[in-house]
Design a protein around this ligand. Sequence first.
Ligand SMILES: N[C@@H](CCC(=O)N[C@@H](CS)C(=O)NCC(=O)O)C(=O)O
Length: 399
Amino acid sequence: MAPVPKESSAAARFCCDCLQRHTARLYMAADYILYGADHSLFTGKVRAYMRYKGLNWEERPASRDVYLDIILPNIGAPIIPILETSDGQYVQDTTDIIDFLEDRHPDVSVYPETPLQRLVALLLELYGDEWLMIPAMHYRWSVLDQQHDFVMSEFGRLSVPEASIEEQIAIGERVSKPFSAMLPNLGITEDTIPGIELTYLALLDQLDQHFAQFDFLLGSRPSIGDYGLMGPLYAHLGRDPVPKALMQKRAPNVYAWVERMNGPLPLSGQFLAHDVIPDTLLPILKTMCSDQLPDVLDVIEHNSAWLQETPGGNIPRFLGQHQFTTGPVTGKRFISSYAQWLFQRAWLHYQSLDGDARVAADTLLNSIGGRSALNVTIHHWLERRAGQLELVEGQSPHF
Ligand SMILES: N[C@@H](CCC(=O)N[C@@H](CS)C(=O)NCC(=O)O)C(=O)O
């Protein structure tokens, strides 16, 4: 199905061993169950990761019954994907799921060890998860008239798999309402759509050039940055009929990367030697710094102000609206408190660097316009708490 990434002979031998281990496991129960959906942005991120890690797992659709019997009682909120372990643990949030699995299966990590590649991977995870959701949601819902039955039947099939296609479409129309209703909150309006499309088309062109030369963002091994981009670029932009056709026509190398991400050779590949950041990633990082980072810095200020007023409280997921920029246009979108939590990962890594690594990171950040954002003072450090989606204040890290 998918083109196979180029392989070194050492990696090929390693994968023979994996294959044997994998075959032996076919006779065992799964170690992990991922509850999600084919059309879910965040399920696509974890699915690709679990395939790459060659884990013993299975995916189950998050049907209405799964929401009622498993997700709500164990997570406390209707959200996917969810990981269940064979010893009865539940993990929610794709970043936490990946980190939980990396801890248990550290071989061939998706986190580069070298300072610049790790920084870039963390920044691009943030970009994919929190910002590229904007074009993803636009190209699903603003062009719904051209892909209505496909999208609705996906939602309906997930909810009630046994229903007829007509029933699924009707049910899909009902259960998908909370998602389509998010468009104005995400900043997708008539005024911003031209900017969203322009920026997305530029991203496709830039990624297409990159993937003409490299299998993944940082070489022949996927990183956490690839998984961040995979969410929006698969379930919506690489799978819904309208944006999929656009991607296939305009950016065939990006489409080939989506297929590679979905059909990887487990545990194969290497990050580029000498901590090299390909030049082809620089325009993408520049756009991320100019469009997304001002939004994140403003989120941090709002979280901080909220915590000053409500010490020890659960920060609401959304704190009103603020102005945002995408390419040449500005609009209003919600203030998503979660963005700080994901940004903190890149911030913490950058702040831990010293000596030559810090100088190299500063040179890179200067060239993409991200240095001042990574030097922001975070007065209130945020943490996730099990059983709720709202963030809370945690202990600031010490250096
Ligand atoms: N940050 C979360 C986001 C998960 C998410 O937004 N999932 C969507 C489906 S793709 C959902 O269930 N949303 C419901 C909600 O956010 O309340 C993650 O990484 O897992």
